[in-house]
Design a protein around this ligand. Structure first.
Ligand code: GTP
Ligand code: MG
Length: 191
């Protein structure tokens, strides 16, 4: 399976008509700078679709990309970046929680992304618990594995599975520099 067409639709910071669209929504969630926007670009094969940057806090809105006219990829701002102001962090946290819990989206799935070098941190565990509570279908991507040795990859996968403690939740390693698991992720998204 391949993605043929992807286009930016709009960025929102609160209630908007697009939330009520009946198309399925797949949201990319995680701490700042873990590579959420880059993963979207890598999956759709367009480096410039979602804006990515080495400066954490790049994505400030909830950005909607329409994929092959049938589903939305939703690029969320990153949570927990220490260098943004307390006020801004709080605003982003509320925006993410609003999107995941209060907005009445028909069908949604979440990709929880983390840096493979770091694994799941406190905020990620909170997110895992929120997703479980809300019964939202999700899986985890351990991103930027190009920075790790093979042995470290095996260790972090095991560690992450232990932390999630639910065998239904998949854990997939990824690197946009060497996207060997691209098909696997796309398969998970559209299954
Ligand atoms: P926010 O929007 O700030 O929350 O960040 P984000 O999670 O969207 O991260 P973004 O995609 O902007 O990428 C952050 C940095 O990580 C950029 O400098 C990317 O080039 C880099 N990056 C993303 N994916 C990979 C990867 O697979 N490997 C490596 N080595 N770097 C990556
Ligand atoms: Mg981003």
């Amino acid at each position: 399976m391949n993605i043929k067409n992807a286009q930016f639709m709009r960025g929102i910071v609160g209630t908007n008509d697009i939330i009520n669209d009946v198309k399925a929504q797949i949201a990319f969630v995680g701490r700042s700078n873990v590579g959420k926007s880059s993963l979207i670009n890598s999956l759709v094969g367009n480096k410039n679709l979602a804006r990515s940057s080495s400066t954490p806090g790049r994505t400030q809105q909830i950005n909607f990309f329409l994929i092959d006219q049938k589903v939305y990829f939703v690029d969320l701002p990153g949570y927990g970046y220490a260098k943004t102001s307390e006020k801004q962090r709080d605003k982003i946290r509320k925006m993410i929680i609003w999107y995941l819990t209060y907005s009445e989206i028909q069908h949604k799935k979440v990709v929880l992304i983390t840096d493979a070098k770091v694994g799941l941190r406190e905020f990620d565990i909170e997110m895992v618990n929120l997703l479980k509570d809300q019964e939202i279908d999700f899986f985890v991507v351990l991103n930027k594995v190009d920075k790790l040795k093979q042995g470290e990859v095996i260790k972090i996968v095991k560690d992450t599975k232990n932390k999630i403690n639910d065998e239904r939740v998949g854990v997939i390693t990824y690197s946009s520099k060497n996207p060997i698991n691209r098909e696997k992720i796309i398969g998970e998204l559209f299954n």
